[in-house]
Design a protein around this ligand. Structure first.
Ligand SMILES: Cc1cc2nc3c(=O)[nH]c(=O)nc-3n(C[C@H](O)[C@H](O)[C@H](O)COP(=O)(O)OP(=O)(O)OC[C@H]3O[C@@H](n4cnc5c(N)ncnc54)[C@H](O)[C@@H]3O)c2cc1C
Length: 376
């Protein structure tokens, strides 16, 4: 029987980075994926690194987002150094475009919200915004510059993290999906695969939107897939420096000149089909924000499945089964939240305490009050 200090189900960016961090702490780590690792949401995402809340429901996520943002430069440096691969980190800020009739009022609200949360945000006239980003529409009313935000090429980052993990001694098991957590009494002692049991002192579920399909996990991580359709464009005569963001769309420039446009949010189960309506919506909004994109070449379209939780917040931390941890439900912010997620899991596994309060994200929050018991 294979035996590890830590067995991780799911080799996306979250599981891969946890594996890397725990291997660096000296633990023997096995990374189990039902397919080749790194082919799901972590491949499909846009790679925007923004701790700004997209709605009032997400305000409680801001401190975790800020903590992760602060770890990013060192995380990128470490991953690039160990893997020998570049990850396309662009700490160049976000420009939020505001178009509607009540633009001035919205501008004050956005600025006040950001400042109240300790996030930098600077008001810009349409003219000043177009000096920074000449491709922006002339219909623009006002804009907000969020200078501390960034983006990363999440496909490159995921591959680099997996390579770094390999080089640090993590053992990979592709085509080895977990069917269930393996329990003995109140303890989780590893994973059950199709024809094999894996013994581990710590078991970590990081299987993205598929996590709830692993027997014994759904009560802690009742996640569901939220499909996002995306398009990649290329326009030789149009330059976008920062992430451009409007109510309807975001545009994310990559170092290789591609401009990513996205994304829909759809609850259509575990299918990744593209639709005419979805792609039409993305392209129309992209051209409205940056009209020069009308003549851009379409390079690629795709869709991926975000792991969404009932309250749209991540599901992180220990469960009432000793040795079992959950790290999923990162929804629209999993690329941003990767470094802090891996840091907190490593702290818990190695010291049984964490440096940032993660109680709000406990996997026990979906269980009835009487059923809750998290080991100290
Ligand atoms: C269109 C789109 C745009 C996005 N944009 C952004 C963005 O701009 N910024 C941001 O921060 N986030 C963004 N996200 C969200 C982000 O991509 C996700 O939150 C993050 O990638 C989740 O990572 P993960 O490792 O948990 O999941 P995944 O990357 O989905 O990995 C899960 C892994 O688990 C494996 N698996 C499944 N079942 C099993 C099993 N039974 N046993 C073992 N392994 C299993 C899968 O094969 C997969 O490799 C976006 C997502 C999408 C889809």
């Amino acid at each position: 029987m294979k035996k590890f200090d830590v067995a991780i189900a799911g080799g996306g960016l979250i599981g891969g980075t946890i594996a890397l961090e725990l291997a660096q702490a000296g633990l023997r780590v096995g990374l189990f994926d039902r397919q080749e690792p790194g082919q799901e949401a972590s491949w499909a995402g846009a790679g925007i690194l923004s701790p700004a809340p997209e709605s009032s429901a997400m305000i409680s996520l801001v401190p975790l987002g800020k903590a992760s943002m602060a770890l990013y430069p060192e995380f990128v440096r470490m991953v690039e150094e160990i893997s020998g691969q570049e990850v396309g980190y662009r700490p160049r800020g976000t420009l939020q475009a505001i178009f509607n009739g009540d633009a001035r009022e919205e501008l004050s609200t956005v600025i006040a919200l950001h400042h109240g949360l300790g996030l930098k945000a600077e008001p810009l006239s349409a003219q000043d915004a177009r000096v920074l980003e000449p491709s922006l529409s002339e219909e623009l009313e006002v804009a907000v510059l969020r200078p501390e935000e960034a983006s990363v090429d999440n496909r490159a980052l995921t591959q680099a993290v997996l390579e770094a993990a390999r080089r640090c001694g993590v053992q990979f098991f592709p085509a080895s999906g977990a069917e269930a957590t393996w329990r003995q009494g109140g303890r989780c002692v590893g994973l059950s695969l199709k024809n094999e049991k894996i013994e581990a002192q710590w078991t970590i579920i990081a299987a993205g939107c598929f996590s709830a399909n692993i027997e014994g996990v759904a009560t802690y991580a009742p996640v569901r897939p939220a499909k996002g359709q995306m398009a990649a464009l290329r326009a030789d005569d149009l330059k976008i420096e920062r992430v451009l963001w409007s109510e309807k769309i975001y545009l994310v420039p990559r170092n290789d000149g591609r401009i990513l446009a996205g994304a829909t949010v759809e609850y259509t189960g575990f299918e990744k089909g593209l639709t005419a309506g979805g792609i039409e919506k993305i392209l129309a909004a992209a051209i409205e924000l940056s009209p020069g994109l009308a003549s851009a070449r379409m390079e690629e379209t795709w869709a991926g499945l975000r792991p969404d939780s009932p309250d749209h917040l991540p599901i992180l931390g220990p469960t009432d089964a000793d040795g079992l941890l959950i790290a999923t439900g990162h929804f629209r912010s999993g690329i941003l939240l990767t470094p802090i997620t891996a840091r907190l899991v490593r702290e818990w596994v190695t010291q049984q305490r964490v440096s940032v309060d993660w109680e709000r994200f406990s996997p026990m929050r979906f269980q009835s009050a009487s059923a809750k018991r998290v080991p100290a």
